[in-house]
Design a protein around this ligand. Sequence first.
Ligand code: ASP
Length: 446
Amino acid sequence: MSDARSKNKGLPLHWKMLIGFIGGTLLGLCANFFAADTQWLATITTYVADPIGQLFLRLLFMLVVPLVFSALILGVVEIGDPKSLGRIGGRTLFWVATVTTLAVSIGLVAVNLVKPGTGLSAEQRAKLMEEAGKHSDRVASATEAAHNLSGLDVLLNIVPRNPIAAAANNDLIAVMFFALMFGIAATLIRNRATEHFVLACQGVYDICLKLIDWVIRLAPYAVAAMLFSVTAKLGLDVLLLLAKFVATAVGAMGVHFALVFPLLVWLAARRSPLQFLRGAQPAIVTAFSTSSSSATLPTTLMCAEERLGVPRRVSRFVCTLGATANMNGTAMFEGIAVLFLAQFYNVELSLAQQVMVLGLCVVGGIGAAGVPGGSLPVIASILLMFGIPAEGLAFILGVDRLLDMCRTTVNVTGDLVLSTVVARGEPAEAEGTADIEAGERELPAH
Ligand code: ASP
């Protein structure tokens, strides 16, 4: 996405997003104030604003399946590499799963406590649901599917009968299961044919990143259109809800960053949290300013190896994989966003469904691309699964730059925490090896 910024002459994308957000909101508020319930306003929202928003959402949905499929296969193949697998791989997986689950849980507890999405009147909600239903058949069918599922079905449905049908129905977890199995098998049979397949997956992944780069350039216009449409219908209430949402998300990420990470560094890595923070500082600043784990990867590797003294074979494995697979901030944000929008649209999620959201977000942290806005397709897809109107993404997009900066910082810091934790007890780099490796050192191309 740095691409999007550098090649785009004029204003950087995040400023355009902010302008789109503020412009769409102000116009919508004016329309709501002066022309609520007029025919011409209904025509503009139905035939101009809503289709623009829908187009953007469709472009995002279009990328979900190929992105998740290729990213997961590449992730598994990387772990499965005989040279990297074994002790380091096992410990990495254990910590990724544990810390990400903890992160999402903190997020879900925060949304349940603060309830940032509640506060609309029944009338306004009914209006919103009616609009959402009008514009998306998929929302309706996903709602129906969610209602028809029993707990056992939910578990059984993780295994798709037909992966193509699962992809067509936007059944993300089944697609992920299929991709994981595919990746494991591809790792075990290493011959020319499977090597080519993995290379092709890398190609699909790179192409998806390029497409996200293009799609995200449309975001300012889509944000303006979607915000206009919603605020024209709802007025100021929406904005008040949004402020609570941002505060909840930033607060939950703050707890993870300032409490969970230092504790892990102290207890699991047996290091001083302050020294860790000092060592990680360049990566933290880069992550905050680029909003991309992948773009930060070279700095992350430099911090791990040179400033935190993590053995190179550990840092290369953990940080490279972590840039796409270990996303504490993203997974937490996905959970917060989904629950917020569920509250906003008054979609009741039972405890069992919330646990399912947790699982999806943990896997979703692996499936999201390490680029600005990389988690948006995953969020859109989880929303659909639970019958929550995906139009709600408009709220998130408007403030996404700030939240993306925060969650990328948590993601990258999480990679460095993980590398120090996994490195504990690993023998230090043998001097000869370190020199040889330093000579042929090559940073992964991202
Ligand atoms: N921007 C995030 C990252 O690169 C991904 C996301 O949550 O959108 O880590």
